[in-house]
Design a protein around this ligand. Structure first.
Ligand SMILES: *[C@@H]1O[C@H](CO)[C@@H](O)[C@H](O)[C@H]1NC(C)=O
Ligand SMILES: *[C@@H]1O[C@H](CO)[C@@H](O)[C@H](O)[C@H]1NC(C)=O
Ligand SMILES: *[C@@H]1O[C@H](CO)[C@@H](O)[C@H](O)[C@H]1NC(C)=O
Ligand SMILES: *[C@@H]1O[C@H](CO)[C@@H](O)[C@H](O)[C@H]1NC(C)=O
Ligand SMILES: *[C@@H]1O[C@H](CO)[C@@H](O)[C@H](O)[C@H]1NC(C)=O
Ligand SMILES: *[C@@H]1O[C@H](CO)[C@@H](O)[C@H](O)[C@H]1NC(C)=O
Ligand SMILES: *[C@@H]1O[C@H](CO)[C@@H](O)[C@H](O)[C@H]1NC(C)=O
Ligand SMILES: *[C@@H]1O[C@H](CO)[C@@H](O)[C@H](O)[C@H]1NC(C)=O
Ligand SMILES: *[C@@H]1O[C@H](CO)[C@@H](O)[C@H](O)[C@H]1NC(C)=O
Ligand SMILES: *[C@@H]1O[C@H](CO)[C@@H](O)[C@H](O)[C@H]1NC(C)=O
Ligand SMILES: *[C@@H]1O[C@H](CO)[C@@H](O)[C@H](O)[C@H]1NC(C)=O
Ligand SMILES: *[C@@H]1O[C@H](CO)[C@@H](O)[C@H](O)[C@H]1NC(C)=O
Length: 794
C-alpha cells in the first residue's frame, strides 16, 4: 500500500502545523473545512496530538473514525458506519451548517455522519479526551461519545439501554461476536451476539441491581471504571494508580475486545515521544468462559490459549478445518433411528469427562451413570446426555456454549453411530418441488435473481432515502411540534413526545407483556379515547436516528389485515418507543397454552390461515420484502374480532440490506425452539427460516400444545414435531387432537404441511404461496419425509 507512507508524511506535516498553534488549546474546526483520503488533510488532530478524527485505511479503501496515533498497533476508539463497506479515496468529509457531510465519491450521493439538528452546526473539534464534537454557537450539539462502538474512553459513559459491540478483530472494526449491554435492570452484562439475549446467555456480568433507577458505566479521566446509579452509589469495577504522572500523559480506555473479554487499558505517553500500553484489568481470566467463543457442537478446552482451544464432540467434524471457531457438524446420518425396531443396536456411547454446556435438557431424571448412557441410546431424540450430581439430562443436538475444564465434575455421553448406514432419499413429487437436480440449480438461480433484485431495490431505496431525508426531518419536526395532529396521509404515522406517551400509559403502569425488544404497556390516546399498546424498545442496535426513522417508515408502509398496525413512534435521545394498535384478546401463546377455554378446531384452522396470509404478505406482497425472523405464538396477537395478527415484524431489520447483520439480529431475537437449523450452522438465511418457524407454530396450533413439553406421560411426546411425525407414520393422527368436531381431512393436510415446513433442509420447505394453497386444499400435499436428517440425505 503506497498510500501508507504518504499518509505518514502527511501526519508529520500536520503535526508540525499543529505545533505552531499549540498555545491555543482549542484546535477549532471551522465551517467549510474538509478532509479526504487523497487530500493534504486526512484527519483532524486533538490539541495534545494523541487522537485523530478522520479517514484511516481499511480493507481496500478507507473508514472514518477516531484513533490513537503513534501506537505500535492501530487503536481505533470510534468508527462511523460500523458495518458499511470502505469508502473510495475520492470520498470527502466537509463540515457544513447541517452537520458533517460525507460524499462517498459516487456521483452526487452524500449523507451526514453527525446526526446534528439541521442548520445549527457552527464548528467542530477533536478533543483531548478522544471525543469528536460539533458545536452550535454555544453548546455541544453532537459528540462521538454518545455513540460508543466497542470502546469507552476516560470521561465517557455507557448509559442505560446502550451497548458496546466487539470488533471482528484488531484490524477490522466491523461488528463481531459479542456485546456488552447496560441493562435497564442495572446489570452490565456480556452476551454472544448470536444468542437470544436471555439471562442464560450472559457469560459475564457486573451483578449490579438498581431497583428502578438508571445505572451507567463510567470511565473517569483518572482511570476509574465504575457503575453509577442513584440507588447504587458507585460500584468500582477497576481502578489504576499512577498519581505521580503529569496530567494528560495517560489515556485510559475500556474496550470489549474481539475475544469477548472487557478490558481496561492505559496508554502512557513519555516526554521523549515514546508510548506504551498496559492492561489494567480484565473481566474474565479464562477465555473458555466466554460463551460462544467456540461455535456450535464444539467445546473450548483448557484456558483457551491461542493454539486451537476449540475441539469437536465425538462423532463431529469441523465445519471448516482452517477456522475452528466456526463449530462442527455431525459426521453421520441418523435417520435410520426412527425406522429401526431396536435403535439402541445402531449406536454406541462415547464418554467425555469434565465437560459442560449451556442448552436446556428436554428431560432430567435421577438414575445411575451407566443407565444414563443407555437411556440415550434408546431415545431417537437424544443426541447427548450430561450426567451431573445423580441426574441424567438428555439433550437434542446441536449444543452450544460448551467448555471442558478439570474443575467441572459433569460427565457427558455422546451417541455415535456404529456403522454409517445410508438410506435412499425419499423421492420428491415433481409437481410441487421439481426434480431433484433441477431443484438445486433452480434454487441457485432463484437465489441469484432474488438477491440481485433485492440489492437493486435496497440500493434504490438507499439513494431515495438519502435524498428524501432532509425533507423528512422537517416533516417530523413539524409533526412533533403539533401534538394534536391527526394521521398524516403519506406515512399514516404519528410522532409522539415521550411525555405524551408517559401520560397515555399513566406512567407506564399497566404492562401487557415483555417481548424480545422491550416491554409493552397499555395506554389510551387522550381525546381520541383509542386504546394503544406502547412498546418501549430496550435494546435497539441502530446507532443513529436516521436508520431508525428509515425502518419505522418502512414498517409503517405495511398494511395487511393479518399484521398488527404501527400507529406512531417516539424518539427522544436514547428513548425509542413504538405505538401499535391494541389487541384485546392477547397472544396466541396465551390462547393455545394457558387459556381455560382453548379455541375450537374451526377457530384454530382459521387462525392458522390468518398467520400464513400475514407471512405471505411480508415475504412476497409488501413494498419492501421482510423476513420476520421471529415467528412464534408470543408474537401472534388476536384482536377483538378474533383475527390473528403478526407483530414485531420489520424490527429484525429490513430484508437483507446486509446479510450478516440481518442474521445476527434475528438470531439474537428469535425464540430458541422456533429457530430453523440453518441459524445454528451459520448458513445463508432466507425466507425459508420463517417457513420453519411457521411449521412449528402450525403444529402447535393443531395440537394445542407447546413444541416442547416436559409434562407428558411418555418421553416420545416431549418434542412435538417428533411425536407428530411418529403419529403420522403410524396412521394415528387422531391422537394429536382432542376436539370432537375435528375434520380429519383438514387435520391430515395441516399436519403434512407442518412437516414439510420443518424440514431440516431449507430447500425442501415449500414457499408461503404453496403453503396457503395446500392449507386451503387447492393443491395436493405429498407425503412428507422425516423432518430430521433430510439435510444429510440430499
Ligand atoms: C484560540 O482560538 C480561539 C478561536 O479560534 C480564539 O478566540 C482565541 O483568542 C485563541 N486563543 C489564543 C490564546 O490564541
Ligand atoms: C497540498 O499542499 C500542497 C503544498 O502545500 C499544495 O501545493 C497542493 O495544492 C495541496 N493539494 C490539495 C489537493 O489541496
Ligand atoms: C508521533 O510520531 C512522530 C514521528 O514518529 C513524532 O514526530 C510526533 O511527535 C509523535 N506524536 C506524539 C503525539 O507523540
Ligand atoms: C470515485 O472513485 C470511484 C472508484 O475509484 C469511481 O468509481 C467514482 O466514479 C469516483 N467518483 C468521482 C466523483 O470521481
Ligand atoms: C452535483 O451537484 C452540483 C451542485 O450541488 C451540481 O452543480 C451538479 O450538476 C451535480 N451533478 C450531478 C451529476 O448531478
Ligand atoms: C445550542 O444548542 C443548545 C442545546 O441544543 C441550545 O439550548 C442552544 O439554544 C443552542 N444555541 C444556539 C445559539 O443555537
Ligand atoms: C457522563 O456522566 C457524568 C455524570 O452524570 C456527566 O457529568 C458527564 O457529562 C457525562 N459525560 C458525557 C460525555 O456525557
Ligand atoms: C434486584 O432487586 C430487587 C429488589 O430490590 C429484586 O426483586 C430483584 O430480584 C433483584 N434482581 C436481581 C437480578 O438480583
Ligand atoms: C491534574 O489536573 C487536576 C485538575 O484538572 C489537578 O487537580 C491536579 O493537581 C493535576 N495534577 C497534576 C500532577 O498536575
Ligand atoms: C518529541 O516530539 C516533538 C515534536 O515532534 C519534538 O519537538 C521533540 O524534540 C521530541 N522529543 C524527543 C525527546 O524526541
Ligand atoms: C523514553 O523514556 C522512558 C522513561 O521515561 C524510557 O523507559 C524509554 O526507554 C525512553 N524511550 C526512548 C526511545 O528513549
Ligand atoms: C457418513 O455418511 C455421510 C454421507 O452419507 C458422510 O458424509 C460421512 O462422512 C460418513 N461418516 C462416517 C463417519 O463415515
Amino acid at each position: 500500500m503506497a498510500s501508507i507512507p504518504v499518509l505518514l508524511l502527511l501526519l508529520v506535516f500536520l503535526l508540525s502545523e499543529y505545533a505552531n498553534a499549540q498555545r491555543n488549546h482549542t484546535n477549532k474546526i471551522s465551517l467549510g473545512s474538509s478532509l479526504s483520503p487523497k487530500a493534504n488533510r486526512t484527519s483532524w488532530l486533538s490539541p495534545s496530538g494523541h487522537f485523530a478524527f478522520g479517514f484511516y485505511p481499511h480493507g481496500d479503501g478507507f473508514a472514518i473514525g477516531v484513533w490513537l496515533i503513534n501506537q505500535t498497533e492501530k487503536i481505533v476508539t470510534w468508527t462511523a458506519y460500523l458495518d458499511y463497506p470502505p469508502v473510495y479515496p475520492n470520498a470527502t468529509l466537509q463540515l457544513t451548517r447541517d452537520g458533517l457531510q460525507l460524499r462517498i465519491g459516487a456521483a452526487n450521493v452524500s449523507t451526514y455522519i453527525a446526526d446534528a439538528p439541521p442548520g445549527e452546526t457552527a464548528s467542530a473539534a477533536t478533543l483531548d479526551s478522544g471525543n469528536f464534537v460539533l458545536y452550535n454557537d454555544s453548546d455541544v450539539i453532537w459528540q462521538t461519545f454518545d455513540y460508543p462502538t466497542d470502546t469507552i474512553l476516560g470521561g465517557q459513559n455507557l448509559s442505560t439501554g446502550n451497548e458496546l459491540v466487539s470488533s471482528v478483530s484488531k484490524s477490522d472494526q466491523s461488528s463481531g461476536q459479542f456485546y456488552l449491554y447496560m441493562q435497564y435492570d442495572g446489570n452490565l452484562a456480556a452476551y454472544p451476539v448470536k444468542s437470544s439475549g436471555l439471562p442464560y446467555d450472559i457469560f459475564w456480568s457486573s451483578g449490579t441491581n438498581n431497583s428502578g433507577t438508571d445505572v451507567m458505566l463510567t470511565l473517569s479521566r483518572s482511570g476509574v471504571l465504575s457503575l453509577r446509579g442513584d440507588s447504587l452509589g458507585g460500584r468500582i469495577l477497576a481502578s489504576s494508580h499512577y498519581s505521580d504522572k503529569k496530567n494528560g500523559s495517560i489515556i485510559y480506555r475500556a474496550t470489549l475486545d474481539a475475544d469477548g473479554i472487557f478490558r481496561l487499558y492505559s496508554h502512557h505517553f513519555e516526554s521523549n515521544n515514546s508510548s506504551s500500553m498496559l492492561v489494567e484489568w480484565s473481566s474474565l481470566a479464562n477465555q473458555c468462559e466466554v460463551s460462544g467463543f467456540c461455535g456450535w457442537s464444539s467445546y473450548c478446552s483448557g484456558v483457551g490459549a491461542n493454539n486451537g482451544p476449540c475441539k469437536c464432540y465425538p462423532g463431529f467434524d469441523f465445519v471448516n478445518s482452517s477456522n475452528k471457531f466456526l463449530g462442527c457438524y455431525k459426521n453421520f446420518n441418523d435417520n435410520s433411528c426412527r425406522r429401526s425396531e431396536h435403535p439402541a443396536m445402531l449406536y454406541r456411547i462415547v464418554p467425555l469427562e469434565n465437560i459442560l454446556w449451556g442448552d436446556y435438557p428436554y428431560s432430567s431424571v435421577q438414575m445411575k451413570k451407566n443407565d444414563c448412557g443407555m437411556s440415550c441410546l434408546e431415545d431417537c431424540n437424544c443426541g447427548a446426555v450430561l450426567y451431573m450430581s445423580g441426574a441424567c439430562n438428555k439433550y437434542k443436538l446441536p449444543l452450544r456454549y460448551s467448555r471442558a475444564s478439570k474443575n467441572i465434575s459433569a460427565m457427558a455421553f455422546f451417541k455415535v453411530i456404529l456403522k454409517n448406514i445410508t438410506t435412499p432419499p425419499i423421492p420428491l413429487p415433481p409437481e410441487i418441488f421439481g426434480p431433484k437436480i433441477e431443484r438445486k440449480r433452480g434454487l441457485i438461480l432463484i437465489l441469484a435473481i432474488t438477491l440481485g433484485s433485492i440489492s437493486c431495490l435496497c440500493f434504490m431505496f438507499a439513494i431515495y432515502t438519502l435524498f428524501r431525508y432532509r425533507h423528512q426531518v422537517y416533516r417530523y419536526r413539524n409533526l412533533s411540534e403539533n401534538a394534536n395532529l391527526g394521521l398524516i396521509e403519506e406515512f399514516t404515522l404519528r410522532s409522539f413526545s415521550y411525555n405524551e406517551l408517559e401520560q397515555a400509559t399513566d406512567g407506564f403502569k399497566e404492562e401487557l407483556g415483555k417481548g424480545t425488544f422491550g416491554v409493552v404497556y397499555k395506554g389510551t390516546i387522550p381525546g381520541g379515547n383509542k386504546t394503544i399498546a406502547v412498546k418501549r424498545l430496550e435494546r435497539f442496535v441502530e446507532e443513529g436516528h436516521r436508520e431508525f426513522r428509515t425502518e419505522i417508515t418502512a414498517i409503517a408502509r405495511t398494511h395487511h389485515r393479518n399484521l398488527v398496525r404501527l400507529l406512531g413512534f417516539c424518539m427522544e435521545g436514547s428513548r425509542k418507543l413504538l405505538v401499535y394498535e391494541y389487541m384485546s384478546n392477547g397472544s396466541l401463546a396465551d390462547l393455545l397454552f394457558k387459556a381455560k377455554m382453548r379455541p375450537i378446531w374451526k377457530e384454530r384452522v382459521r387462525i392458522a390461515r390468518d398467520v400464513a396470509r400475514g407471512i405471505l404478505y411480508l415475504h412476497d406482497e409488501c413494498e419492501v420484502h421482510v423476513i420476520h425472523c421471529n415467528i412464534k405464538p408470543q408474537n401472534i396477537l388476536i384482536d377483538e374480532t378474533w383475527t390473528a395478527k403478526i407483530s414485531d415484524f420489520g424490527l429484525a431489520k429490513l430484508l437483507l440490506p446486509n446479510q450478516s447483520k440481518t442474521a445476527v439480529e434475528a438470531e439474537r431475537t428469535a425464540g430458541y425452539f422456533y429457530l430453523a437449523p440453518e441459524w445454528k450452522m451459520n448458513a445463508l438465511i432466507s425466507v425459508k427460516a420463517d417457513i420453519y418457524s411457521f411449521g412449528i407454530v402450525l403444529l402447535e396450533i393443531v395440537c394445542c400444545r407447546s413444541s416442547i413439553t416436559v409434562n407428558v406421560p411418555t418421553t416420545d411426546k416431549i418434542i412435538l414435531s417428533s411425536w407428530v411425525y411418529d403419529c403420522f407414520m403410524a396412521g394415528e393422527l387422531e391422537k394429536l387432537v382432542e376436539d370432537e368436531n375435528m375434520d380429519f381431512m383438514t387435520l391430515e393436510r395441516m399436519v403434512k404441511v407442518g412437516l414439510w415446513c420443518i424440514q431440516e433442509d431449507p430447500v425442501l420447505r415449500p414457499l408461503m404461496k404453496n403453503v396457503i394453497l395446500m392449507l386451503e386444499g387447492t393443491m395436493d400435499v405429498p407425503v412428507p419425509p422425516s423432518p430430521v436428517g433430510s439435510l444429510l440425505d440430499s
